[in-house]
Design a protein around this ligand. Structure first.
Ligand code: HPA
Ligand code: ZN
Length: 346
């Protein structure tokens, strides 16, 4: 048995939170094939495992958009959400804050109310079965531009006021998709609407952009959490601000290697330097099914790559809880579960 195996098993069981996970990116390859068949969506290959191949963020996004296109009715969203949480719970995830990115579906005529109601139905069933909790973050898709983003947020806020089913589960807004040729600060009007409605604010930045662009986003959009943030350490001023304000970064180490190709190997990732600098840098999956990953394996891979032991990984798990948008009593409950967790047998 390899020496990592005991630690990997304990990390699988360690209660963990995932704060950077796209619900569409959890779609099992078999579900993609079944939904595509059901909804008459042509796939480039009938072999599920061959679907998920790409060599840059934008190539990945083409696959992501294909996966999204298989989601057509409310039942599809419910199935996706149910499978997302039952799959993550099997690997020790006890709480997740999941993105959904509906721009493509709304442009195609789907209703936001039906998407959210479907997601909520699947999540409620999975929560009841597993005990894992899941909240939603509505992400704006930068491929559709800032005006579509603002309209999405306006509609969401309206549905929440009308108590449309499931909308109380949507606790925040974010943005994702391509960074190339995009000035993310143009999303400020959308974030202003979200902030005024009491929604939490996050955003993807820093897979394909500089520390200056990340800093401009924090400034212009008032992000209270940052998704990816790979180049943050390149700016001492930005690093100091994020350390002082304890602005969390939802880092996705394996994704940064296999999706955005920011590093050749996990061992080259800046995560250890981020944490050593005092940044609240957490560990998350991004698109687990599309990168053949789960959070238990991600914790084990991070531990192995950086030579971190049980105590360091417990710190990572606790930082995830701090970075979450749970309330203080929920955080205290989860912290208690983490510190009670059994470490590897020696
Ligand atoms: N980056 C940008 N957009 C995305 C990602 C990502 O990692 N995953 C799904 N959409
Ligand atoms: Zn992401």
């Amino acid at each position: 048995m390899r020496p990592m195996d005991g630690l990997a098993r304990a990390l699988e069981a360690l209660p963990k939170v995932d704060l950077h996970c796209h619900v569409e990116g959890t779609m099992r390859p078999t579900t993609v094939v079944e939904l595509a068949r059901k909804n008459g969506v042509p796939l480039p290959t009938a072999e599920p495992a061959d679907l998920y191949t790409y060599s840059s963020l934008d190539e990945f996004l083409a696959v992501f958009w294909l996966v999204q296109s298989t989601l057509v009715d409310r039942d599809d969203w419910a199935r996706l959400a149910y499978e997302a949480v039952t799959d993550s719970a099997r690997h020790g995830v006890v709480h997740q804050e999941c993105f959904f990115t509906p721009a493509r579906h709304l442009a195609g005529g789907q209703r936001l109310a039906a998407i959210v109601a479907g997601l909520d139905e699947g999540l409620a069933a999975a929560e009841a079965e597993t005990g894992t909790t899941c909240r939603l973050i509505a992400d704006m898709d930068r491929a559709f531009g800032p005006e579509a983003g603002r309209q999405l947020v306006e509609e969401l806020v309206g549905l929440r006021s009308a108590r449309s089913p499931g909308t109380d589960r949507v606790i925040g807004v974010g943005m994702d998709s391509t960074e190339l040729g995009v000035d993310s600060t143009t999303y400020a009007p959308a974030y202003d609407v979200a902030r005024a409605a009491g929604l939490r604010l996050t955003g993807h930045q820093g897979e394909n952009s500089t520390a200056q662009q990340v800093a401009a986003c924090l400034d212009a959009l008032g992000l209270e959490r940052l998704d990816h943030g790979v180049p943050v350490l390149d700016s001492a001023v930005l690093t100091a601000q994020m350390v002082d304000e304890r602005i969390p970064i939802t880092v996705c180490p394996t994704s940064n290697v296999v999706i955005a190709h920011c590093f050749d190997r996990l061992e080259d990732h800046v995560l250890p330097r981020m944490r050593a600098a005092g940044l609240l840098a957490t560990v998350n999956t991004d698109d687990p099914a599309l990168s053949d990953l789960d959070l238990g394996r991600e914790y084990a891979a991070v531990a192995e790559a950086f030579g971190w032991g049980w105590n360091q990984m417990v710190e990572v798990a606790l930082d995830g809880i701090e970075a979450s948008w749970l309330d203080e009593s929920e955080k205290a409950d989860l912290r208690a579960r983490v510190v009670m967790a059994e470490g590897p047998r020696v």
